[in-house]
Design a protein around this ligand. Sequence first.
Ligand code: ATP
Ligand code: MG
Ligand code: MG
Ligand code: MG
Length: 567
Amino acid sequence: MRQNRMILPTLREVPKEAEVISHKLMLRAGLVRQLAAGVYTYLPLGLRVLKKVENIVREEMNKSGAQELMMSVLQPAEVWHNTGRWDDYGPELVRLKDRHDRDFVLGPTHEEVITALIKDEINSYKKLPINVYQIQTKFRDERRPRFGLMRGREFLMKDAYSFHTSWESLNETYDQMYKTYNSIFSRLGLNFRPVEANAGAIGGSGRNHEFMVLADVGEDTIATCTHCDYAANLEQATAHLEYAAAGVAPSADAPVFEKIHTPNTKTIDQLVSSLGVEASSFFKTLLYIIDGKTVAVVVRGDHEVNELKLKGLFDAKSVELADDATIERVTGAPTGFIGPVGLKGVEVIVDEAIANAGAGFAGANERDYHLQNVVPSRDFAAGRVADVRNVLEGDTCPKCKEGKIEFYRGIECGHIFELGTKYSVPVGATYLDENQKAQTMIMGCYGIGVSRIMSAVLEQSNDDNGIIWPMPIAPFQVHLIPVNVKDETQVKVAEQLYARLQQQGVEVLLDDRDERAGVKFKDSDLIGLPVRVTVGKKAEEGIVEFKVRKTGESQELTLEQAFEEIL
Ligand code: ATP
Ligand code: MG
Ligand code: MG
Ligand code: MG
């Protein structure tokens, strides 16, 4: 492309509104312009980078066997009512009305829409598992949009959703996505780290990892161990700390679900005896009631989970199990494994402080999050809650018990979840199994912040003079600069090289502007293309300067040598 005609407005001054380096650079190098808070126009140079990131994500997703589709941004409110998120999502959800006064939202994420689609289109176990994805604009009315593309209100996300007949199958796809994400972030040339996380607003009952790009301006804190491979986000590390205090070892293994045949089990009391456990040892297990029917008993080896924190839950002896309740015992559950205890319509006597305590209930410190319709009992030692504190640097690693916890800052650029049945139950996404019996689909979901990645790359790849694009996502590979466009020989040599490189599929930006050399070189450093070829006074002898942006190394080469060096 010819720079003279391109919309590539570079700035010498650092724009006042930009606080962090990536935001400054994307404005200065003419990648984006702000239209409103958290809303941006991608200029040609910025768009080329976005497309490159998008394509790396797409290639790796396709390689993993996922299929691309595209869902609408505009979504009818009904699908959000079905899952309860019309009420739960809060002010981040952009709501609007059509001319007939019907409610709509601009999708912040697409679980509701995809689950409704799969419910309609996939009916048999023979069509499962399936993993579908899109690369689509998302809207979230962030309280504090900032740092350029880092936290936008309109941004580009790759979101994938998988559907399964079993947790085993979900585990396989999750492992595959975990690998795929590692490939994607490696190809992007980023210094990143996958960390154990907890589910947040999207929810879910299984494993959950965030892909953190390491950067001081990152809004997230990552806790790692000086001795072992432990890495978790702050919330999850805090939950681990509490498990450790309660004598429970964290485990990264997938939970194993085993159906237990329990005829005549009507109450939790009966369940306890049918499982053959004494009431007291029952406190050593965690019990979750999923969708009011399924009881998951999470057995964590011989470890004693803090009794007080669980006692209230098991005071709920009068909980009635539905006639068709499925009882599942879960072993090897990773720490932080929490069933979304949708106790809708079930009266449970449990102390409110349990829900607040957090220990063993990562994320449960929000009322009605894991336990709904919870009636607090009075005889709970209220003081327990005071024990709960955040994990700190220097704490003993909850995994190896040898190393110490260290903190790093990270930018969350990807997030993968095992959702379980959180969305398939309310939406009614079922399939017919081998025996023509309807079963609920088990789901996973996998997000990548495509536009946020642009900010993350800039945070990691820059120097005092500007951007240093990693080759795979550079907007152009070569910056070709005839120093003086009034010099016929220079122009001729540059034009020849330009045509020849393009023929070979090399992406070249030709600085054909009539500007002083100093201006051209300053802009070139700022824009940061990996290779610069300068055509100057030695053009007559067929010699050009070849310079690598990253190392600053430069050499004089013949045209032929330069050509070969680039290819
Ligand atoms: P955050 O904690 O930063 O608010 P999130 O946990 O709400 O992110 P997810 O729901 O997990 O985000 O969405 C998947 C991915 O989308 C995130 O990992 C992130 O890379 C990206 N993302 C989320 N919110 C934004 C935003 N406001 N601007 C740009 N990218 C975003
Ligand atoms: Mg968010
Ligand atoms: Mg997050
Ligand atoms: Mg997230």
